[in-house]
Design a protein around this ligand. Structure first.
Ligand SMILES: [Zn+2]
Ligand SMILES: [Zn+2]
Length: 348
């Protein structure tokens, strides 16, 4: 039986197309999922343009954020049944032996190979994943929201596991894309006062932030966020900065926004090296950290947050395109229109 999948066919710029291949069979310990929804990530654009420093294995099917239904279980799979509604972690292969694997931080394993980069991913009618990477979707969560559990887990890892927010903190989030708006909602849920910062082109996204109850939605081309942060904190500045845009200017602004001894976390990827006044970190004793991907603990918490309705994922989803119209979807995302854009593999 054939299926359609969106392939990165070869290294280099572009080189993506829909191809027909046989439906894969799950091996021992694996399950076959029928994909219901798959989200386009900023890193998928980097795969398209071939400017990401991550191990890839073309020709392979792209897509690492997806939800679906278990349709077949391989040999030895326990605890999963056909019809189960699930989502899956994209850490397809890790070594299991290194310091990071042994301590549960397998997102840092140097041998890590990722679904949608190395192993065939979710921009297809079917995908095979390891049963140990599955997470069951709560009954109240639809497949479209379920496809956002990967970005939610990334945000839980960055905000909750690596940064730590305290009730009453002023948290500044730069970059009002899907990741920024999920981080902002998590910061609100942890009891912070939250400022989301974007450019004039982000007007619609900032309006969405407002509807999500974000306290201050700032277009930095009109209003100085550094001044506002100081006004809100008796002159101190933001307790926490979450940089989600991956823009050099936003990172520089973040070092100004954050108060002395405050925390700065880099979540967005720049895709190139940027120039920053690193000395500010010493003068202000800023605690700087980075965040990459997610691990099991963040997934478990993300699923629970979804079940509890603490984060509105529908509000950060703007479109669902048939898989066949993937190029239109990629172009829209690249133009920074809308928020999370999903692909529907069943609709061609
Ligand atoms: Zn992603
Ligand atoms: Zn390892």
């Amino acid at each position: 039986m054939p299926m359609k999948g969106l392939f990165k066919t070869a290294p280099g710029e572009g080189n993506m197309e829909i191809r027909e291949v046989g439906i894969p069979e799950p091996g021992p310990g694996e399950v076959l999922l029928e994909v219901k929804a798959a989200g386009i990530c900023g890193s998928d654009l980097h795969i398209y343009h071939w400017n990401i420093a991550y191990r890839m294995n073309p020709p392979m099917i792209v897509g690492h954020e997806f939800s679906g239904v278990v349709v077949a279980c391989g040999e030895g799979v326990k605890g999963w049944e056909e019809g189960a509604r699930v989502t899956a972690e994209p850490s397809a292969i890790v070594c299991g032996e290194c310091r990071y694997c042994r301590t549960g931080a397998y997102n840092m394993c140097s041998e890590r190979l990722v679904t949608g980069y190395w192993v065939n991913g979710g921009f297809a009618e079917y995908v095979v994943v390891g049963a140990h990477r599955l997470h069951r979707l709560p009954d109240s969560i639809g497949f479209d929201e379920g496809a956002l559990s990967e970005p939610l887990a990334c945000c839980v890892h960055g905000v909750h596991e690596l940064t730590g927010i305290e009730v009453g903190d002023l948290v500044a989030v730069s970059g009002p894309g899907a990741i920024g708006l999920i981080c902002a909602q998590l910061a609100k849920a942890e009891g912070a006062q939250v400022m989301v910062i974007g450019a004039a082109a982000d007007e619609e996204r900032l309006a969405t932030a407002k509807t999500l109850g974000i306290d201050h939605c700032v277009n930095f081309e009109e209003q100085d966020p550094v001044k506002l942060a100081r006004e809100l904190t008796e002159g101190d500045g933001a307790d926490v900065v979450l940089e989600c845009s991956g823009a050099g200017l936003a990172a520089a602004m973040g070092l100004e926004l954050v108060r002395r001894q405050g925390k700065y976390t880099q979540i967005g990827l720049f895709g190139k090296s940027v120039t920053l006044d690193f000395e500010r970190i010493a003068y202000k004793e800023i605690k700087v950290t980075g965040s990459l991907g997610q691990r099991w603990t963040a997934w478990r918490r993300a699923i629970r947050i979804m079940a509890q309705g603490k984060v509105d994922l529908k509000a950060v989803t703007s479109d669902k395109f048939p898989l066949a119209r993937w190029k239109e979807a990629f172009d829209k995302f690249e133009a920074k229109k809308g928020l999370k854009i999903l692909l529907d593999p069943k609709q061609t």
